[in-house]
Design a protein around this ligand. Structure first.
Ligand SMILES: O=C(O)c1ccc(O)c(O)c1
Ligand SMILES: [Mg+2]
Length: 621
């Protein structure tokens, strides 16, 4: 099952000609021309049409046309005249299809027979011009706001030039059951428009015009909806129509590429529901983090070494030919790369000591690569030395790498590449595994990376949270496997002085801002780290007074928490303990967590942490 992909030009930023180039480059077969984009373009409709043919992008539709059916006589004549003029524009663009939105005008009459008559006459006029009209129920339409009503009109008009446009946003925002799509005859479905959205409690118009997003980025049950459409036998265009303020502030190429990826994901999900063959292997089920690689100069490597030691890591191996050290304890591997060339070195030159790669433990390397390729996720390759084991990798957040490590690779990697033992692994580790990795990015990029992880990996998304930084709001959202073996949190902020934004400025881009390790005994870990002189993030006494008031914790426990700067959250009977280190070189910092049945990330404590970190902020310049 393969979708024919299209996108409405309104979905991306820039001038119309730039949009069309980005659309062609991302691999779409078609584009809907949004009228406002044409009105503001310096090129004529004929020139745009020629440009589209040259780019190999079919003009799938011209849109929107508003307010025609069910008007009083005087307005009606004007609307028909307007439509006739648009047929000329469509001729020049090279499309035969125009979208008619259900009438939103206060003059529209609730007179079904009149609407049928108008649509019939419109069909006659369109046919005479060799054109077709697709009728779409807007969720806020005055008398037609439900695809079951727009379909009933189209069905009853029964004119070959009048068909239906389905738009997932309007149907799913109104929670119309997708089973109702089964009544629609596929030859009457002229085009399908695709959009996801977060579940919000707001009016349809503003929700639609500002918060639409791509399949996989929102909360709508789009896979079931798409499967219901495919089941009718529909084999036309699947056209993204995304009104979103964030996307209009982003790179056209990035948004066009993400949109194409989102349609591939939707096609895959629908095929699986329908038990039809999908063009790609299923989502990858990662088993956890195999390693985290840091790029660091020798001096920075010493800074990291001090922190790693204090947290209980030992340098267990040296790379056999490269300036790379493996630190380990429990199931955690941290690799510090100080090579004078290669990706890690470039990373260090740009960002300073930082995380340049993450190794994901995956069950099947080839399946992961095939899925990434089908989703147009670029691979990364750099020269490998003789006898060196090549670990395939994908480009991830901020140009960092996501290595795909399966069982064979893992055995070869540690045994063959790091044969030189330095010190034995700690017998009694303070930390057991990587709990989560927090990546910070531009606010506009967050949905892009959410889609990346969600499309590639079998992860679910948590709802987006708003966290109060003393200098502005930070948005945070996690992707995690069902068993919690892999967790990423994505963070972004529009406030220029929030910690997230300052990270991006100081770091020159998006990247890993902190890493949380799991401990089975957070108190022992905190005590050992404090004894080793690790600079901790100090939490003030008010926080502990409040904890006492809220939870009536044992006073001894509370006193120990205060002494060791341990934060706390509770969810039912489940408990969460966490503490933070100071940032290394003002960039990456570390967290230690102990989960006692707790599944979240201590969001209530995030403002406390951010306030504590703001103390170290450089003064406003
Ligand atoms: O918001 C609108 O006006 C609008 C216009 C055209 C569409 O296809 C649509 O879904 C919404
Ligand atoms: Mg629409």
């Amino acid at each position: 099952m393969t979708f024919k992909t299209s996108i409405a030009t309104v979905s991306i930023s820039g001038a119309l000609s730039d949009k069309l180039r980005a659309i062609a480059e991302a691999g779409y077969g078609g584009a809907e021309i949004f009228e406002n984009d044409l009105l503001s373009a310096p090129e004529s409709a004929r020139e745009i049409g020629a440009m589209m043919r040259e780019l190999g992008v079919e003009c799938t539709m011209f849109q929107p046309f508003r307010d025609l059916e069910g008007l009083p006589d005087d307005l009606r004549a004007r609307a028909f005249e307007r439509m006739k003029r648009k047929f000329e524009v469509m001729e020049q663009l090279g499309t035969d299809l125009v979208l008619l939105c259900s009438n939103c005008s206060p003059h529209a009459m609730d007179d079904r027979q009149r609407m049928l008559d108008d649509l019939h006459e419109l069909g006659e006029m369109a046919a005479a011009h060799g054109k077709r009209v697709g009728y779409e129920a807007l969720a806020w339409g005055r008398h037609v706001a439900d695809h079951r009503d727009s379909w009933a009109l189209v069905r009853d008009v029964d004119h070959p030039a009048i068909g239906l446009v389905l738009d997932g946003f309007h149907s799913l925002a109104r929670r119309i059951p997708s089973a109702s799509i089964g009544d629609i005859r596929p030859e009457k479905l002229f085009i399908v428009q695709v959009a996801d959205a977060p579940m919000l409690d707001m009016d349809y118009l503003n929700w639609s015009r500002h918060f639409r997003c791509m399949p996989g980025q929102g909360d709508f049950p789009l896979a079931e909806w798409a499967a219901a459409i495919a089941r009718t036998g529909y084999d036309g265009w699947w056209s993204l129509e995304i009104f979103n303020d964030r996307f209009r502030a982003s790179s056209a190429h990035q948004v066009a590429r993400d949109g194409h990826r989102s349609l591939r994901l939707l096609e895959d999900q629908a095929a699986r529901l329908l038990k039809r063959p999908s063009p790609m292997p299923p989502r990858i089920a990662p088993k956890g983090v195999e390693f985290i690689e840091f790029a660091a100069s020798h001096e920075e490597a010493e800074d990291f070494a001090r922190v790693f030691r204090a947290l209980g890591f030992a340098p267990v191996g040296r790379h056999r030919s490269k300036d790379v050290t493996r630190w380990a304890q429990g199931q955690i591997n941290l690799v510090v790369n100080s090579e004078p060339e290669g990706l890690a070195h470039s990373f260090d030159m740009v960002h300073g000591g930082s995380v340049c790669a993450i190794g994901l433990a995956v069950p099947d390397q080839q399946a992961a690569l095939d899925r990434a390729q089908a989703l147009d996720i670029p691979r990364f390759a750099q020269p490998v030395g003789p006898d060196e084991w090549e670990i395939p990798s994908l480009r991830g957040v901020g140009g960092s790498l996501l290595y795909l490590v399966d069982a064979d690779t893992r055995a070869a990697m540690w045994a063959d590449e790091f044969p030189r033992a330095v010190e034995p692994a700690p017998a009694k580790p303070l930390l057991s595994r990587v709990d989560h990795i927090a990546q910070t990015m531009q606010y506009e990029e967050m949905l892009s990376w959410l889609l990346y992880y969600h499309a590639l990996l079998d992860v679910k998304k948590t709802p987006q949270l708003e966290i109060a930084d003393p200098m502005g709001l930070v948005y945070s959202q996690a992707v995690e496997t069902a068993d919690g073996a892999l967790r990423f949190t994505l963070n972004g902020s529009m406030a220029v002085q929030s910690l997230s934004s300052r990270f991006i400025q100081a770091y020159f881009g998006a990247g890993v801002q902190h890493i949380a390790f799991a401990s089975e005994d957070v108190f022992a870990t905190a005590q050992a780290a404090a004894d080793a002189g690790l600079p901790m993030l100090d939490i003030g006494p008010n926080y502990y007074e409040d904890l006492e008031a809220k939870y009536a914790l044992d006073p001894d426990l509370l006193a120990r928490m205060e002494r060791l700067n341990i934060l706390y959250d509770r969810d039912g009977d489940a408990e969460y303990f966490q503490f933070y280190t100071r940032a290394v070189a003002k960039r990456v910092f570390f967290e230690v967590v102990e989960r006692r049945g707790y599944d979240g990330y201590g969001a209530v404590n995030a403002p406390i942490r951010l306030n504590a970190q703001a103390k170290y902020r450089d003064p406003l310049v």
